[in-house]
Design a binder for this molecule. Structure first.
Ligand code: ADP
Length: 438
């Protein structure tokens, strides 16, 4: 550009000098005429090349680029280089895109690119097969026009970057798909579908195995337990020096029975085969029952209190919440030394219904808290066994609360005590009218 400016400057300066010389030699008229004609020619020259440039730019290809002279040579040369660079990066970009498409097509998982209106921008072959799409004809169509599955549509509307969902494939009923929506770019989304049928089958087999084994063990254990009890009750049947052993055998069989009952309960909850039988549950009445049960478990060794909002009810399963709340309270009793306090609370806070159990017991170290609800996870094996625990209580509690769209929160201070909270969403809350008895 600097060059072009200098060239124009020197040209006009030379022309002016020539015109001044003509003025001196031939007079002013000829000088002005020369100046005007030269400037007009100069202008036409530029207009000519400008027109050429515009003409070329409408179809910019390197072969047909005009070959100019003078200042325009520089301009065309610069454009030529830029165009070449642009073409080169276009080729590289297309190659990279092609490579990406090949890689994405080779993925065993289905991948679909959606724009901000959930229209399909691109998808790979597995996605076509899993969701019954055909990219050629479905491109730019809203995915909800093509996948008419209520659960899928709901997930698509509300959830980006959260837990994936599992759905039965609507193309092949023996296939289970795991679907996850991930946000990317400014407003686009990536829908990833994975065939998890094998994992599901394995999980199913595992659950069935546990349920069957537990079921099969239940009958012989009941028989053994029954005979032990009968023999213990029969006068003279058990020699006095063996009575201790008999008591231990009875204790262990009843522990095993509890374990089997918990395993059966857990596998039933995990299978999700039956949804909870939900009613307008009078939580206040339920908690009063649990208070009585916990008092008999504690045998008067703890100070147990209940502070419950009588008007706060819940849409929930009576049997399941009895088991979950009962478990939390029995844990508090079992892990609180004699003389300790256990406070139960049922209240509404920030439009959520909360049941909390606070104890002044042994407490749990922070690093255990995340793992408490794992099956058979125990903070201290000997401590738990001594209290007659099965190691499945909190797993059951968590499953039940999750089935009610709630969450379990645990806070604890080692040596001071713990608080277990079951928090339920607003959608499950019912406010009851309280009629005062005279
Ligand atoms: P368990 O049948 O062994 O009690 P749970 O699943 O009910 O099994 O509880 C898991 C572990 O969490 C227990 O082994 C115990 O160490 C700990 N835990 C549960 N509740 C309390 C509590 N209120 N105070 C202290 N520790 C607790």
């Amino acid at each position: 550009m600097q060059d072009i400016r200098w060239r124009a400057f020197w040209l006009i300066l030379s022309l002016t000098l020539i015109c001044l010389i003509i003025w001196e030699v031939q007079g002013a008229e000829l000088a002005l005429l020369t100046f005007a004609v030269s400037i007009t020619l100069y202008l036409f020259h530029h207009l000519y090349w400008l027109d050429k440039l515009i003409g070329w730019y409408k179809k910019p290809d390197l072969i047909s680029m005009p070959i100019a002279t003078g200042a325009w040579e520089d301009i065309f040369a610069t454009i030529y280089h830029e165009q070449r660079r642009h073409n080169l990066s276009k080729v590289q970009l297309s190659a990279a895109l092609e490579r990406f498409r090949h890689a994405a097509s080779a993925l065993p998982d289905g991948v679909i690119l959606l724009d901000d209106n959930n229209k399909i921008e691109w998808c790979n072959k597995p996605a076509e097969q899993q969701l019954g799409l055909l990219l050629k004809q479905d491109i730019n169509k809203p995915i909800v026009y093509l996948v008419r599955n209520a659960e899928f549509i709901k997930y698509l509307e509300h959830h980006v970057d959260i837990e994936p969902i599992k759905l039965k494939s609507w193309i092949r009923l023996d296939i289970t798909l795991e679907i996850q929506l991930v946000a990317f770019g400014s407003s686009q989304k990536l829908l990833i579908c994975r065939d998890v049928s094998n994992q599901e089958k394995l999980e199913h087999m595992r659950r069935d195995f546990i349920a069957n084994v537990s079921h099969e063990l239940r009958t012989p254990l009941t028989v053994v337990g029954g005979f032990l009890e009968t023999l213990s009750d029969m006068e003279g049947a058990v020699p006095e020096n063996l009575r201790n052993y008999f008591e231990m055998m009875q204790e262990q069989t009843s522990r095993m029975r509890l374990l089997i009952e918990d395993l059966l309960a857990l596998s039933q909850l995990e299978s999700g085969a039956t949804s909870p039988e939900e009613t307008d549950l009078d939580v206040y009445a339920l908690l009063n029952n649990i208070l009585n049960e916990s008092k008999s478990l504690s045998k008067g060794c703890h100070n147990i209190t209940l502070d419950a909002d009588q008007s706060l009810a819940l849409i929930a399963s009576n049997q399941e919440l009895h088991s979950a709340f009962g478990n939390l309270v029995s844990n508090a009793v079992r892990y609180t030394p004699n003389g300790g306090t256990i406070a139960m609370k049922w209240e509404e806070q920030n439009q959520e219904a909360i049941f909390s159990v606070t104890d002044t017991g042994l407490g749990i170290e922070q690093h255990h808290l995340d793992r408490l609800t794992e099956r058979f996870y125990r903070v201290d094996r000997s401590r738990s066994r001594g209290t007659g625990g099965t190691g499945l209580g909190l797993s059951i509690v968590k499953h039940i609360i999750n089935r009610h769209q709630g969450r379990l929160e645990v806070t604890s201070e080692f040596g001071k005590g713990s608080t277990f909270k079951a928090v339920f969403p607003k959608s499950r809350i019912i406010h009851k009218q309280i009629t005062m008895l005279q």
